[in-house]
Write a protein that binds this ligand. Structure first.
Ligand code: HEC
Ligand code: HEC
Length: 329
């Protein structure tokens, strides 16, 4: 705060307090006894209702003085007078930092214990997942949505489509170090027919009928095997090493309608997942990786087949138990 504002605010505040003090003293003028017993203010209501001109009772006045004293004391102890920090050195930022430190001390052993568990195991721990869910809401939901379903440009973390890999280690690396997906723009390299063709071809890759017909798609296939296969694979199934999406499934990062596909190819895209290791620490990143893993998008590992119900999923109903009415006896 500049000197001018400090002087301005402190001066105005103190002036107000002094004025209150003066006003109260002034109304007290004649001491606490009435100047002349029975004297009225001269105001008359409802015909004969008059008002005595008595001074304020002493106890009432002292309450005013007390509030003024309280104000002055408060301004001495706490920040309030411009840049003056107060004698108690109370500071909300320092207080916040102290609280953070205390919380860190309290929770560190818990996070440390979580960090020692493998991600698939941690993902089964209901209490850990509750904490993980809170961390997710705080740090990830702005982009991925509170239900982790994402939106255009922000991947859905609950489905089976993965840009950068579904293995626990890959998820943790994604969160810790961040990722960047670079789809180069092809608007300058392809002529109109090639662009329309390859958009049609991509549109048809997941089994849909391309609106432009087979001929255009054939042009598109040619373009695809020249420009696109290096990243998206010859069959369009993608490459998690560089974050190139699988173009043959129903999951779309930016949108699967012909118009959006054409825009993506012509203008390119760059999705950025920010790195979180420095901000959150490895232990929280580990817990978050387990949380993302628990969302069920990772295919169950072959070893754990029999009861591989993902946590949070409902157990399949046992056939014939509640569905059938009790036979009347
Ligand atoms: C250098 C590697 C590279 C090449 C070459 C490349 N892509 Fe991509 N493509 C990517 C990456 C990476 C993404 C994901 C972008 C992101 O994460 O923001 C992507 C995204 C896309 C998407 C969006 C998919 C979705 O789910 O919304 C489409 C469509 C696409 N590419 C089509 C093509 C076509 C068609 C070509 C050839 C003309 C092509 N790409 C060439 C790397 C590449
Ligand atoms: C600023 C927005 C933003 C925030 C915050 C954010 N993400 Fe992301 N995240 C993205 C984007 C964008 C991508 C896709 C990157 C790409 O296009 O390759 C992504 C990708 C991912 C992926 C990879 C998905 C896949 O298909 O491989 C995971 C896992 C992930 N984020 C988890 C998280 C978690 C956990 C947090 C919270 C700690 C988080 N993200 C916070 C924007 C964000």
């Amino acid at each position: 705060m500049s000197l001018f504002w400090t002087v301005f605010i402190a001066g105005l505040t103190l002036l107000n307090i002094a004025a209150c003090w003066w006003l109260i003293s002034w109304t007290r003028r004649g001491g606490t006894e009435p100047a002349q017993p029975g004297e009225t203010t001269g105001h008359v209501w409802d015909g004969d209702l008059t008002e005595y001109n008595n001074p304020l009772p002493a106890w009432w006045l002292y309450l005013f003085y007390l509030t003024i004293l309280f104000g002055v004391l408060y301004l001495l102890l706490y920040p309030g007078l411009g840049a003056f920090e107060g004698l108690l050195d109370w500071d909300q930022e320092k207080r916040y930092a102290r609280e953070l430190e205390a919380a860190e001390l309290r929770y560190a052993p818990l996070y440390q214990a979580y960090a020692a568990q493998p991600i698939p195991e941690l993902a089964q721990d209901a209490q850990a997942m509750q904490t993980g869910g809170r961390l997710f809401a705080q740090h990830c939901a702005t982009c991925h949505g509170s239900d982790a379903h994402g939106g255009p440009g922000f991947p859905n973390l609950t489905d089976q489509a993965w840009l950068h890999g579904s293995e626990p280690a890959a998820i943790r690396t994604t969160i810790a170090q961040g990722r960047q997906g670079v789809m180069p723009p092809f608007g300058g390299q392809l002529d109109a027919e090639q662009l329309a063709g390859v958009a049609n071809y991509v549109y048809s890759l997941n089994g849909r009928e391309a609106p432009g017909g087979d001929e255009l798609s054939a042009v598109g296939q040619q373009v695809f095997s020249t420009y696109c296969f290096a990243c998206h694979g010859a069959d369009g199934s993608g490459n998690t090493a560089i974050g190139a999406p699988n173009l043959t499934d129903d999951a779309w990062l930016y949108g699967g309608d012909l118009e959006t596909i054409t825009t993506t190819i012509a203008d390119g895209r760059t999705g950025v997942m920010p790195a979180h290791a420095e901000r959150l620490g490895e232990a929280r990143v580990h817990l978050l990786a387990a949380y993302v893993y628990s969302l069920g998008g990772t295919p169950a590992e072959p070893a754990a087949t029999a009861d591989a119900t993902p946590p949070g999923a409902m157990a399949p109903p046992t056939p014939g138990v509640a569905a059938e009415p009790e036979p009347a006896s």
